[in-house]
Design a protein around this ligand. Structure first.
Ligand SMILES: [Zn+2]
Length: 442
């Protein structure tokens, strides 16, 4: 039994009855939060104490849709310019992922995972593709997760775009990884069944994937209606819209996560709400790809659980929530639209989504929850309390520097110093070597 005291900070608990508690301690035992108490009342000895006075202590941030491998696209100038989303995939991503080796899977994950520790992002739900190196790819990504100490839910995106053989390998890779997670019993690792998107997965592959996911009790993680091609294809080849096709196939449900859902009808939203399927909004990526913006308000009004992801654009969740808010204001032509509802995507709904993926509940500082914490260097220039917290979050804390990061009761960074058995510069040098070779193959 190991005890950890995070001492004297302004604790923001989040959760249903979120509180802002000045001069409080978070007491952790092993990988869980044991208690939140006023600092002056805390006595006794602890195995470790982390100083947080004058700082803000929050649950570690959660990224509900990520692609670690996208790291190696940074600065790659060889892709032909894309005129639409279809070309973004064909000119860049489907050429990049085909060039990935198992070594690339490891280093392209290690880089953003180290950045995640620096950004206080302790939980990431990743969506991986490497069609020429499918087998064992998730184990290599998991190695990087293990070395950085964060919590991650992994999957392999099954697709027929590289032929039936690769699709079957993808199904096997998901199954092998989910079985491995169940065998390991490591609360920081989880698995889902990945699919690329409806328009690249044929009926035979989809049925096989559903049968395997059912056998393993796993939910799905896939892109839905990100660009117009997805609905167009579903209507032309399956005579129904994407969400209807997925429901009929048995993909939807409370353990399933759909990224984007930009081009979905009110009837499809009703289906998502009824099946308790979660949706992940990725506004920075949607802006970058010029694919439009999900009707988050429409989905929330119908009771769909909507969270926030970055689709590989960043690991800094504060950036993404600010983008989500500003885009919503612009979209609705209303500078007051959906303030609390948008902050909730990150600070409440991601916790609910991630808690469905892992055996331990995350995203709240309360007894029994995961001991995942971010300590931020933030000296509030206006009163900080329960009511003013959301405003402080968007306009202050979202940009504040994370100085200490803890995941599962383990201190990963303290006072800006990484406490990992990794040399950041060495990792970057090795990543550059891998990326340069990949760019030559591209
Ligand atoms: Zn994505």
């Amino acid at each position: 039994m190991a005890t950890l005291r995070v001492k004297g900070g302004t604790v923001v608990t989040l959760g249903e009855a979120s509180r802002v508690l000045p001069e409080h301690d978070v007491i952790c035992r092993d990988d869980r939060v044991e208690a939140i108490r006023p600092t002056r009342e805390v006595q006794g000895a602890f195995d470790r104490t982390v100083e947080a006075s004058g700082r803000v202590v929050m649950p570690g941030f959660i990224n509900a849709h990520m692609h670690f491998y996208s790291t190696f696209a940074r600065g790659l100038g060889k892709a032909q310019p894309a005129r639409d989303f279809d070309q973004v995939l064909r000119h860049l991503w489907w050429r990049l992922d085909k060039a990935l080796t198992l070594e690339d899977c490891y280093y392209s994950a290690l880089v953003p995972l180290i950045q995640a520790v620096r950004a206080g992002t302790t939980t990431l739900i990743d969506h991986h593709a490497s069609p020429r190196a499918v087998r064992g790819s998730l184990a290599r990504v998991a190695e990087a997760v293990d070395q950085t100490g964060v919590r991650a839910c992994l999957c392999y995106e099954v697709s027929d775009r590289d032929g039936g053989g690769v699709a079957r390998e993808g199904i096997e890779e998901n199954a092998a990884w989910i079985e491995e997670v169940q065998r390991r019993g490591n609360p920081r690792l989880a698995g889902m069944f990945g699919l690329h998107a409806s328009f690249t997965v044929g009926d035979e592959t989809l049925d096989l994937a559903v049968a395997e996911a059912r056998r393993l009790g796993a939910g799905f993680h896939l892109h839905v209606a990100e660009g117009p091609v997805d609905q167009r294809h579903a209507l032309a080849f399956h005579e129904r819209r994407v969400v209807d096709r997925l429901e009929k196939a048995g993909v939807l449900g409370p353990r399933t996560l759909l990224a984007h859902c930009i081009d979905v009808t009110p009837a499809e939203m009703e289906t998502l709400a009824r099946t308790r399927t979660a949706v992940v909004h990725n506004p920075q990526s949607n802006l970058n790809n010029a694919v439009g913006m999900a009707d988050v308000a429409g989905m929330q009004d119908r009771g769909v659980l909507v969270g926030l992801g970055t689709d590989g654009m960043t690991v800094r969740m504060g950036q993404e929530v600010r983008t989500a808010l500003f885009v919503r204001h612009l979209r609705e032509g209303n500078p007051s639209a959906g303030f609390l509802e948008t902050v909730a995507l990150l600070l409440r709904h991601n916790a609910q989504i991630a808690s469905r993926c892992f055996d331990v509940p995350v995203g709240v500082l309360a007894p029994g929850f995961a001991a995942d914490l971010a300590v931020l260097d933030y000296c509030p220039p206006t009163p900080l309390d329960d009511d003013s917290f959301p405003g402080h979050f968007v306009f202050g804390l979202a940009e504040a520097e994370v100085v200490t990061t803890i995941c599962g009761g383990r201190v990963l960074m303290e006072d800006r110093r990484l406490l990992l058995d990794l040399d950041e510069a060495e990792v970057a040098a090795k990543a550059r070597e891998c990326a340069a070779a990949l760019w030559r193959r591209f």
